[in-house]
Design a protein around this ligand. Structure first.
Ligand SMILES: Nc1ncnc2c1ncn2[C@@H]1O[C@H](COP(=O)(O)OP(=O)(O)OP(=O)(O)O)[C@@H](O)[C@H]1O
Length: 255
């Protein structure tokens, strides 16, 4: 078992990435990455611009074929499996930039997402009802009939998360939820990921630039620098180790 999988307590992990190298046209951007997310765990993937966080997330989500290494979801090797197949097996990605349709309403986005397969279609669990979802994201309930293009940035991000949750994914990957949003909005948004894990039992891996906030809501975190993990550990410990954290961003510490 890789170090990363052991760090979640040795139980079967929701996501176990081992020795993953990934990049573009055969040239690695991230190298020999080991990381894991336990069931119902919230894990942050942090690091400076260009470190390879999006590449990692998109490779796990099946958007890029890994150069080498394994990606196991609940024990099953899925490396190289197409994104739409992974979505049917319970993986959801909230991409950087949100990928919403400006001319469709909030309700239309949620209904469209409900038409896709999800954990409900393969694992016997029912889809999250719209009501349950809106209880978790009350600000969306207020603008169900508004077009996505007319929503504020924070509301758009909430819709992107809500859309991903419609099919009750077992593993939620979130790429930079806070992109372009004021810190005060981010403070309201990020804790949603904690609630998603606590109330739906979803395992969460999220990329974030707001390090302090991310460490407040995560159970554990990895710092990715120049395509390699430079630091990892419980979020509580990393919160206390500001110097170590700063050094890891500069690539000055070993994993
Ligand atoms: N489609 C692509 N083709 C070639 N290189 C790419 C492609 N997408 C990203 N890269 C390169 O891969 C490296 C890592 O990019 P990536 O977006 O994964 O980093 P990141 O850590 O998410 O950065 P940021 O925080 O700025 O979003 C960068 O050098 C980037 O230029």
């Amino acid at each position: 078992m890789p170090e990363a999988a052991r760090s979640t307590g040795g139980q079967e992990t929701a996501l176990a990435v081992s020795e993953l190298s990934a990049g573009y046209q055969g040239i690695p951007v991230v190298r020999e990455l080991n990381l894991a997310v336990g069931h119902g765990e919230v894990v942050a993937l942090l690091g400076p611009n260009g470190a390879g966080k999006t590449t990692t997330l998109e490779t796990i989500a099946g958007l890029h074929r890994p150069i080498s290494g394994t990606i196991k979801v609940s024990g099953r090797d899925v490396a190289g499996t197409a994104a739409h197949v992974l979505a049917r097996r319970g993986m959801a990605l909230v991409p950087e930039g949100r990928a919403l349709f400006p001319g469709l309403t909030v309700r239309e986005h949620l209904r469209l997402a409900g038409g896709r397969g999800g954990r409900g279609s393969v694992g016997g669990n029912s889809r999250a009802s719209e009501r349950e979802l809106l209880e978790m994201l009350p600000e969306l309930a207020k603008c169900l009939d508004r077009k996505a293009g007319l929503l504020s940035g924070g509301e758009q991000q909430m819709l992107a998360v809500g859309r991903a949750l419609v099919t009750r994914p077992s593993l939620l990957l979130v790429d930079e939820m806070s992109l372009g949003l004021a810190p005060v909005i981010v403070e309201r948004l990020l804790p949603i990921l904690r609630r998603v894990a606590g109330e739906l039992g979803t395992s969460v891996l999220f990329v974030e630039q707001h390090v302090a906030l991310a460490l407040q809501i995560a159970d554990r975190a990895y710092i990715l620098t120049h395509g390699q993990i430079s630091l990892e550990g419980p979020a509580a410990r990393l919160r206390e180790s500001r110097e170590l954290l700063a050094a890891s961003y500069l690539g000055e510490t070993a994993a």
